[in-house]
Design a protein around this ligand. Structure first.
Ligand code: 6R9
Length: 646
């Protein structure tokens, strides 16, 4: 393999970055010599109502397992994101909202965001929401989504944001799992000129959730929607009844801040739980360090607030730092494929953070849609969500950033709260396709399948051997599942589920998931979830789902379906099954390929051999590996012969 190109730190960056090479070295040294002091200083960036005295209290061993940071400190996340900026910068812009329609945009000052959040908090209180209660948020990308999150944080309620692309069934599962009794939604959403029937989806979900007593409906399109008397309330009307004064609730650092559901390799999505002090510290610190954020700059993260990236880099990180954060309601190709770049020019965005899948899709459109915009305001670019292929990296760098802007490729997970492996743009030379190195204090380790620690340049499974403040604390309602999922594959270590290569310079190259999680356009999906949606269809006897390489999405969804004896394969049935999965989970989970499989390759003990299914999906059938444990080898021949032209 040829040596990857290296992009040294540009001179201007080396001179004026918040953290330069010397600063980075100093941080690495400090965290080794005086970890307590280092973490104490990082958490000192927040406003504490009562300062913490204990910094870290962690054990990854099953016998005395615990993860606690700054545990005796008291603070409020919403006060850190809003109130503390009011004395000096009440009139600075907290949010720029860019609507789906380019004619729609709005600026919201810190004073306004504070007032809106307090009102939302008082509305929640007036509906009986108390500290510790769970509130489900199912909103489009409108400022109210951020206000709703901050309003929950303000009164100590735990928010669970459900991405607006999820189906009624997926909403219901999440509402039931965290027993939330209050939902904040909107009449409809608007994306790429298309209507998303949010309230209708909630109504359908609630047929399965008898405990939900209040639905607050924010007006977005103004469409007339069904309102159930006594349960559904127009948010506008509720808001008019309350004051804009709501004192922030003092919260323990280890009190929950939010739950966010994410897919794993088995079972139902897990409610990843983050707490107040550690999460906010890590979101704020990484937003400043990795994006070299300076007060007054305009920061745009294109993620949806329904994913962790939106939580940490649209709301909590930027706001804790007093930044101006852009909230974009639309999609990259509406009304035209120049939209991202036009929004950058319109609002003079300085830092732009997006996903490789969006870049790959835009790259296909050629340079013209980019080049007709200026993009002079840009100084830093970022990516997240999946490995970025070097071609897309180079295009982003050369065409979008005109060679001027470093790219920070940030590796992290819902579980990690915020970025863990990422360059510091003033200190780290870049290699296209590598998230570079761990941030100071983050202790990575590569191990082989048996847990043997691998040194030097090698390939392995990515583990983390010690905690950082933004680490998730538990799976909501199932602490045992938390420990078994993450800490038992390699006892005493956090296992990320990712494969990774470390090169001779100590750079990390994430190669993708090594478990049964697939990453489709940056959306994380468990193959088991899609399989259980498929088998819920009356024609399906059995299903197995794997990922395969896809030019735009990163990974596509390849489903092997065994029909019941009554059902007959047909193109109509194929289309019906795809539609079914869209309805069961959400549009982004729809299979790209369905192959009819009279049988699935199983071991004699009945385990599906996914390795073989992956190979067939990838059309890499010359080397299927060891098939001697198969119960019926002829099954594989049939699969290869009838491979769908993926
Ligand atoms: C933030 C987020 C986590 C999984 C993760 C990995 C993949 C994320 C990446 C990346 C390579 C990057 N991933 N960032 N792979 N390079 N810069 O995406 O969280 O939705 O939980 O997904 O995404 O496989 O394990 P989440």
């Amino acid at each position: 393999m040829s040596q990857p190109e290296v992009f040294p730190v540009p001179e201007a960056w080396a001179k004026r970055a918040r953290i330069d090479a010397a600063g980075y070295e100093a941080a690495l040294k400090r965290v080794e010599e005086d970890p307590e002091g280092y973490w104490r200083e990082i958490a000192g960036r927040l406003d504490w109502i009562k300062p913490f005295t204990v910094v870290k209290d962690v054990s990854y061993n099953r016998e005395d397992f615990r993860i606690r940071w700054f545990a005796d400190g008291v603070l409020n996340a919403s006060a850190n994101c809003l109130d503390r900026h009011l004395p000096a910068r009440a009139n600075d812009i907290a949010f720029i909202w860019e609507g789906d329609d380019p004619a729609d945009s709005r600026k919201i000052t810190y004073a306004e965001a504070h007032a809106e959040t307090c009102r939302m908090a008082n509305v929640l209180k007036s509906h009986g929401v108390r500290k510790g209660d769970r509130v489900t948020i199912y909103l489009p990308m409108i400022p109210e989504a951020a206000f709703a999150m901050l309003a929950c944080a303000r009164i100590g309620a735990v928010h669970s944001v459900v991405f607006g692309g999820f189906s009624p069934d997926s909403i219901a599962g999440r509402v039931q799992d965290c027993q939330s009794t209050v939902i904040i939604t909107a009449d409809e959403g608007l994306r790429g000129g298309k209507i998303v029937p949010l309230k209708q989806n909630v109504d359908l979900a609630l047929t399965q959730c008898p405990d939900v007593r209040t639905v607050l409906v924010v007006k977005r399109t103004g469409a007339k929607v069904f309102m159930k008397p006594g349960r559904d309330f127009a948010y506008d009307e509720e808001k008019a009844k309350v004051s804009a004064d709501c004192p922030p609730e003092p919260m323990g650092a280890e009190d929950p801040l939010f739950i966010l559901y994410t897919s794993g390799s088995t079972g139902k999505p897990k409610g990843v739980l983050h707490t107040t002090g550690g999460y906010l510290t890590w979101a704020a610190y990484t937003h400043e360090a990795v994006f070299d954020y300076r007060p007054g700059e305009i920061f745009w993260c294109t993620a949806d607030v329904g994913w962790v990236t939106g939580h940490s880099y649209i709301v909590y990180g930027p706001l804790a730092n007093g930044a101006t954060s852009l909230i974009f309601e639309g999609v990259p190709n509406y009304p035209t494929t120049s939209r991202f770049w036009e929004v950058i020019d319109k609002h003079q965005v300085e830092i732009f953070y997006t996903a490789p899948t969006a870049l790959r899709a835009l790259m296909r459109e050629g340079e013209e849609p980019v080049k007709k915009t200026s993009r002079k305001s840009l100084r830093l670019l970022g990516t997240v969500g999946e490995p970025i292929n070097p071609e897309a990296w180079l295009w982003y760098h050369r065409v979008v950033g005109e060679g001027r802007c470093p790219i920070v490729d940030t590796w992290w997970q819902t579980e990690t709260g915020a970025a863990l492996v990422a360059p510091l743009p003033g200190a780290t030379a870049l290699k296209p396709g590598s998230a570079t190195k761990p941030l100071p204090g983050v202790k990575l380790q590569l191990v082989d399948a048996d847990g043997k620690v691998l040194e030097g340049a090698t390939d392995g499974n990515l583990c983390i051997t010690d905690s950082w403040p933004g680490q998730m604390r538990t799976v909501y309602g199932d602490h045992e599942r938390f420990i078994t999922t993450y800490f038992t594959t390699y006892p005493g270590k956090y296992f990320t589920g990712d494969g990774c290569r470390r090169d001779a310079d100590g750079y990390y190259w994430i190669t993708g998931r090594v478990d049964d999680v697939i990453n489709v356009s940056g959306h994380r999906l468990g193959t088991a979830e899609i399989e259980s949606a498929l088998v819920a269809h009356h024609t399906v006897a059995e299903a197995a789902v794997v990922g395969y390489p896809h030019d735009i999405k990163g990974q596509g969804i390849y489903a092997y379906v065994t029909l019941t004896v009554e059902a007959k394969p047909s193109d109509e049935l194929r289309a019906a099954l795809i539609k079914w999965v869209r309805q069961e989970i959400g549009p982004f989970a729809a299979p790209d390929v369905i192959q009819w499989a009279p049988g699935l390759p199983k071991t004699r003990s009945g385990k599906i051999m996914r390795r073989i299914l992956r190979k067939v999906a990838e059309n890499d059938v010359t080397n299927l590996g060891d098939t001697t444990t198969l119960a019926d080898p002829s099954v594989v021949e049939d699969l290869v012969k009838n491979r769908a032209g993926a």
